[in-house]
Write a protein that binds this ligand. Structure first.
Ligand code: GLC
Length: 452
């Protein structure tokens, strides 16, 4: 079918299976901000906003990719650190030559191989973040120095496809400080920073079409709204007509005021209480930032256990995880980030069948009598009950779970079938010898066939 630029027409687009199946994407925030790579360790977005509000957030902004904005906020941590380290006359653009020299060392196929090893099925790259710096050699550039010296988007797209993954492009459509130099200090100025100038709308439209034409991405991942004059529906229709199996996120429409179509929502650092039947994708950094932050320590970054648990939780509720990494200017991924990626990958190498290609069950959460939290997924007629902790007894009793009489139960990573019995509404399973199994962030019980 041919899509028209109306919400009615675009809403006929269904989320393709590949996106429902994929579950794990890698988000990459890489750009000029990766040179200073500096932000205070203020905390996780939602908690900071809830406890301290937006003004505090921006003054102590832990998102290192916001350096351009933060360095201008008098008295902010970044303002002070910038002056102390580089001097007051050193501008943001003065970091550009360093970035463009550093990226000569970058090896895109190393990244792609790593992401695929972890188990990711897609990758999303910041092609232009709020600073306006472009990671591809665009024909439309408003400040000639604000362009990468390599076609980072093109080279990564190629490497990612070579490993059998899909490529997505992030583009900051609403904020672009190379076009309009606004300073964001609170929620109000954030809304006002979304550029409405028709000339900019044309600029952003040209970029989106160029990205679609050059790279045929599978995902359009817009950020912080879009100029109304840009008519985002036209971009989305243009995209679907070229890439019918593509998907579009919900951030062309800041707060949903325009009623635009989208394929999936994108809550940041979010945890849902229940299944969201509408496709969603959780996104977060490994620490408090998306861009590389040299201040990150092991203790402010998510642990492998927490990462696995939250990933399973997301998948049980119909979500994908777009897990972010922030490489340094050379394209190196720091050791603590690498450890977390590999830890997740290791867990997936044993438990992947509960995740990839799965769908949520009628319930997402359960509990065992031993107080171990359970998450459910289904795949190919099996039910997977993932235990989010290590059971210590010989049996585990999963509350409120009745399985078919002929069910076979196994634990992924352990060979033998497990004995089980139904105790009223509860399922009692005799566990394998856990001390002989390698310690894992979560253990998956596979129940076949699944309860009807
Ligand atoms: C936000 C932030 C940004 C980050 C993004 C990731 O909109 O402004 O820095 O790129 O979300 O979800």
């Amino acid at each position: 079918m041919t899509y028209q630029p109306t919400t009615e027409s675009l809403s006929q687009h269904k989320v393709p299976d590949w996106f429902n199946d994929a579950k794990l994407g890698i988000f990459i925030h890489w750009g000029v901000y990766s040179v200073p790579a500096w932000a205070p360790l203020t905390g996780e977005l939602n908690q900071v906003i809830a406890e301290r509000g937006w003004e505090y957030w921006f003054k102590h902004n832990p998102y290192a990719e916001w350096y351009y904005n933060s360095m201008k906020l008098e008295g902010s941590n970044t303002y002070n650190d910038h002056r102390a380290t580089y001097g007051k006359d050193f501008t943001y653009d003065d970091f550009i030559p360093t970035f463009n020299t550093a990226i000569t060392k970058w090896n895109p196929s190393q990244w792609a191989k790593l992401f695929s090893k972890v188990g990711a099925k897609y990758v999303v790259l910041t092609t232009k973040h709020h600073d306006g710096f472009l990671l591809w050699p665009s024909k439309t550039v408003n400040k000639p120095e604000r362009v990468a010296a390599r076609d980072i988007v093109g080279e990564l797209t190629q490497a990612v496809r070579k490993e059998g993954m899909r490529m997505g492009v992030y583009y900051s459509g609403g904020i672009d400080w190379s076009n309009q130099d606004t300073t964001v200090t609170d929620f109000e100025t954030l809304g006002k920073a979304v550029i409405q100038d028709p000339a900019y709308a044309k600029y952003a439209n040209t970029h989106w079409r160029e990205l679609i034409d050059r790279y045929q991405p599978s995902i359009l991942w817009n950020d912080i709204g879009y100029p109304v004059a840009g008519n985002a529906s036209e971009i989305i229709a243009y995209f679907y007509n070229k890439v019918p199996l593509g998907v579009v996120n919900d951030r062309f429409d800041l707060g949903g005021q325009l009623g635009l179509h989208f394929d999936f929502s994108t809550p940041e650092y979010a945890k849902l209480k229940d299944i969201n039947p509408r496709k969603w994708e959780s996104t977060r950094g490994l620490g408090y930032s998306f861009g590389y932050n040299q201040n990150d320590t092991n203790s402010n970054m998510i642990s492998v256990d927490e990462l696995v648990n939250s990933f399973v939780d997301i998948v049980s509720k119909n979500g994908n995880l777009l897990l972010n990494i922030g490489p340094d200017a050379n394209g190196e991924i720091s050791k603590p980030q690498l450890e977390r990626l590999l830890g997740l990958g290791k867990w997936l190498s044993v438990n992947g069948e509960a995740i990839f290609g799965s769908r949520n069950w009628i319930r997402s959460e359960g509990m065992s009598s031993e107080n171990i939290s359970v998450r459910y997924t289904t795949n190919k007629g099996n039910l997977y009950a993932v235990l989010l902790d290590t059971p210590s007894g010989k049996t585990i009793t999963i509350q409120g779970l009745t399985v078919p009489e002929n069910a076979t139960i196994t634990m992924l990573g352990a060979e033998s079938e497990l004995e089980w019995q139904q105790n009223g509404e509860n399922l009692v399973v005799t566990l394998p010898d856990m001390s002989s199994m390698e310690k894992s962030p979560a253990y998956t019980m596979k129940i076949s066939p699944m309860p009807l």
